[in-house]
Design a protein around this ligand. Sequence first.
Ligand SMILES: Nc1ncnc2c1ncn2[C@@H]1O[C@H](COP(=O)(O)OP(=O)(O)OP(=O)(O)O)[C@@H](O)[C@H]1O
Ligand SMILES: [Mg+2]
Length: 224
Amino acid sequence: MIEMQEAGFGYQDGAELLSGMTLSLQPGMFHFLTGPSGSGKTTLLRLLYADLLPTSGRITAFGQDLRGLGRDEIAALRRRVGVVHQDTQFLDHLPVAENVALPLAVSGQGVDMTALRDLLGWVQLGQQARALPPSLSGGERQRAALARAVILSPDLVLADEPTGNLDWDMSMRLMQLLIELNKSGKTVLVATHDLNLIRAAKAQVAARVLRIAGGKLQLAGADL
Ligand SMILES: Nc1ncnc2c1ncn2[C@@H]1O[C@H](COP(=O)(O)OP(=O)(O)OP(=O)(O)O)[C@@H](O)[C@H]1O
Ligand SMILES: [Mg+2]
């Protein structure tokens, strides 16, 4: 669904942070992306949803070269790719339910209240639907961000350190939700530096582990 062919990216002219990346995100697969802080995980995710364009090589999404996409095509791509950002932001003056439903409003779709209630129930935020984001705990914020990322029923879900500041139990609960999404047929990619989390998840789901090292993307072996 998303392919990288010898893709590279640098924030500054001449210096590539990531280079020669070849990757094929397989439909229905669960992927982890790991690598040290500053290695380029967030950058790679931004390339996958065309927030950044490669400075070398090629990236195609759903058969289209990202470099040639117009504004409408990028909007269409973003509807098929749900993103949980590393620094989760909400509109703090709007209740959780409205924040979660925001992508519907932005893409001009009406809100199916039953579906919204079901989605909030799935992430166990039914009680917090009317709460304002600043009153949520870290785990509740991450679950609200996940609900918002999947409200448009994307084919692919990208989650950037979704368990960043969470304790182990809450991290596993969030992983459980991501695994459920994958079992329902969605392709999932989770960026994390937490190898224990990857090991625990691999006991429950067949996952490919990608690793960034020295600016290159590699497929990690079983030696995690
Ligand atoms: N907008 C930007 N402009 C210039 N450099 C940037 C920009 N964003 C990130 N970088 C640099 O690119 C490198 C990779 O950053 P990135 O955020 O992709 O790493 P990461 O693997 O996600 O790290 P972390 O695990 O800490 O989230 C870092 O050296 C960072 O300073
Ligand atoms: Mg990051």
